[in-house]
Write a protein that binds this ligand. Sequence first.
Ligand SMILES: Nc1ncnc2c1ncn2[C@@H]1O[C@H](COP(=O)(O)OP(=O)(O)O)[C@@H](O)[C@H]1O
Ligand SMILES: [Mg+2]
Length: 338
Amino acid sequence: MTAPPASQGPNPTESVSALPSVDGSKGDCALGVDQLTKHFGDRVAFDHLSFEVGYGEVFGFLGPNGAGKTTAVRTLGTLIAPTSGSAVVAGIPLTLKNGSEIRSRISMMPESPGLYLRLTVTENLLCFAGLYELDDVRKRIDRALRAVNLQDRARDQCGSLSKGLRQRVALARALLNDPAVLFLDEPTSGLDPVATREVHDLINSLRSQGVTIFLTTHRLEEAERLCDRVAILNTTLRLIGRPADLRQQLFRRSLDVRLRSPLDDPGVLFGAVGEVEGWEQTPSGYTLTVTDPDLAAPAVIRALVRVDADVLSIVESHHSLEDVYLELIDEDVEAKRR
Ligand SMILES: Nc1ncnc2c1ncn2[C@@H]1O[C@H](COP(=O)(O)OP(=O)(O)O)[C@@H](O)[C@H]1O
Ligand SMILES: [Mg+2]
């Protein structure tokens, strides 16, 4: 399978020499966002967002409904103006004047594909390629169809395609202009697990070819599976980092101890082990909060053996990104109650 190149140089017909390069060279970032804010009247859609996305990165914007994800995509995609703050998109400062230049270097796949259902797949792509005023249209369409594995459906009417296949046509459309940055707004929303997996595979294949992807999702496992880094958003940016780091940052590390029967005096036993910071009883044993699981586990095992406890297992607890996310969103709910 082939796909468009990761990024594209400036359009030679337009004068962009004063603008930063977009070729993904070192030190460049695909997106640089500084204190970006969007209000709709009194309503704050997102507030003082600051982050950077590197070329070739798959960056996840994760948050519940109403968190401001779509508004952020529409703002960075130049469809609406921010209320305050600044951003650089595909190397170009986000201003009204630069709108069309930015749009030529990015692509957006909105949540609903928005295709002409009575037209065939190829006719849809021809129509959008015309709107984008692209050259080499047939070649681009052919390449985009190959990238999403849809060559054999090129002559089918879009109305006859399943939701998953329509999503793939929308992805092909988004690839037509060889975008330096591809915005995907909830790309698997409403898809069944098989179609979801197909879209995930396509995103991974685009990633392996170096395409920079900004992906919004409310699906935790999707962010965890696809993204190099994830920002958790709930109007404000709550946390940003690699999925594994987020888990570690937010949660104290712990050990799950399973015993055949409860201890007579767990407080005294665990209290005497220096690496154990706290403990709580669970249905099958105890969860211990520890400084370092690798140091704590042997010390805990020795203490348990000394009191003849029947140890079934001791394992480090693993938290999913879902735990991190729910913890943050819960904090927000708590904060709103105060
Ligand atoms: N055009 C608009 N006019 C007024 N409020 C809007 C508009 N678009 C979005 N909002 C509000 O901004 C907030 C964020 O919405 P949105 O960006 O769609 O969230 P998400 O995509 O994370 O579900 C919501 O409170 C929403 O009601
Ligand atoms: Mg949305």
